[in-house]
Design a protein around this ligand. Structure first.
Ligand SMILES: Cc1ncc(COP(=O)(O)O)c(C=O)c1O
Length: 382
């Protein structure tokens, strides 16, 4: 949150929900009140409108399936795609734990394949090498707001006859090679956690799929496997998006493209100001990639001590963050998956080197320059 009095002393944080409220607060309050007065607390017309509009924006022909959060979106999408206990699902070791945790939660086995060092995204060739006769699905993660090479992943999934599930928790509205986040997968899972590029006023998630039968099954699964009231065709759960969240997301959705554009402008300025430093390596963005910068990540290289850089930035009121300090396979929760430190060198190196600078639509040009200058000074030990 930006607080403080003068532009030179105010804290610059990774998100600024207060600025978002200042822009949209009145509209949000009115939308939430409308739901309160209508009594449509669970699913209902606001959610239905959002399911249709969000899918349209991602060029997916069927309306989406609003669920309680992004983790449930992954879990229910896996189930809706037919992934079952004992199956193997290939995913990234360098992501928020939910991507792999969702696979394990349904009793399937997360099989990890390393990321590219220069993009931090799942490497197609390494994913291919991880496929076995038990693999039924590939789950790439569009980390930091940049799409993996979806055309190659689509071709790989088709060749091996596997389902392709996109983790789009960080990639609302992103594109690469003319393909939108969620457009090419058999299904995709979005999160509307408040800090995401599009965030609810609480928790929320969405499954998109261009396959009608997957949409129908996901709808059933979010409602205890029930196609008709009190008839249960399969075991599901309760994961229905709330009306208040649908209404808040309807207010925010028309602003998403502009906010993403603003994030790109902030990132472009960071890239301009940080390029050329020996202490910093920027991540690669392919020319055909329309990044939405959920995070602006860079690597501190040449033995620059990350903790010292983070502390120095903090002392100047700049809150940088590390996403993620420990890769998936080194987590205690993953101890039974058969991996050890050293198995995924790129993920491990990124986990040691990466720093994410504040990036959001409400940063001023002066904020961005202040962050970049302080980062250069801290990284270069000046
Ligand atoms: C890559 C990734 N996958 C999945 C999730 C899970 O989403 P949620 O927090 O809404 O359950 C997140 C969000 O934190 C995420 O960043």
């Amino acid at each position: 949150m930006s607080t403080g009095t003068t532009s030179s002393s105010k804290t610059i944080a990774p998100v600024d929900l207060a600025a978002e409220r200042a822009e949209l607060g009145a509209a949000l309050e009115e939308a939430v009140l409308r739901v309160l007065r209508s009594g449509a607390y669970v699913l209902g017309p606001e959610v239905e409108r959002f399911e249709a509009d969000f899918a349209r924006m991602h060029r997916v022909p069927n309306a989406g399936v609003g669920v309680s959060n992004g983790t449930d979106a992954l879990i229910l999408a896996l189930r809706a795609l037919g992934v079952k206990a004992g199956d193997e699902v290939v995913t990234s070791p360098f992501t928020f734990f939910a991507s792999a945790g969702a696979i394990a939660w349904i009793g399937a086995k997360p099989v990890l394949a390393d990321v590219e060092l220069d993009t931090a995204l799942l490497d197609v060739a390494k994913a291919r090498a991880a496929i076995t006769s038990k693999t039924t699905c590939i789950l790439p993660v569009h980390l930091y707001g940049q799409l993996v090479d979806m055309k190659s992943f689509r071709a790989l999934a088709d060749e091996k006859q596997l389902a392709l599930l996109e983790d789009c928790a960080q990639s609302h509205g992103a594109e690469r090679d003319g393909v939108r986040s969620g457009e090419l997968g058999d299904a995709s899972a979005f999160s509307f956690y408040p800090t995401k590029n599009l965030g609810a006023c609480g928790e929320g998630g969405m499954i998109l799929s261009r396959r009608k039968e997957v949409v129908e099954r996901a709808k059933r699964l979010r409602d205890h496997g029930s196609p008709v009231k009190y008839q249960h065709a399969e075991i599901g759960t309760n994961s229905r998006l709330q009306g208040i969240q649908g209404a808040a997301l309807n207010v925010k959705l028309p602003h998403l493209e502009r906010w993403n554009e603003r994030r790109r402008a902030v990132a472009a300025r960071y890239t301009q100001l940080l390029s050329g430093s020996k202490a910093i390596t920027l991540l690669r963005v392919p020319a055909a990639s329309l990044h939405v910068y959920h995070q602006y990540a860079l690597r501190l290289v040449g033995g620059v001590p990350r903790e010292r850089v983070l502390e120095k930035l903090k002392s100047e009121g700049i809150l940088a963050a590390v996403h993620y300090p420990s890769p998936v396979h080194t987590q205690e929760a993953a101890r039974d998956w058969g991996y050890k430190a050293g198995d995924f060198p790129n993920a491990e190196r990124l986990a040691r080197e990466v720093v994410c600078l504040p990036v959001h639509p409400f940063l001023s040009a002066a904020d961005v320059e202040r962050v970049a200058e302080a980062t250069l000074r801290a990284a270069e030990g000046r």
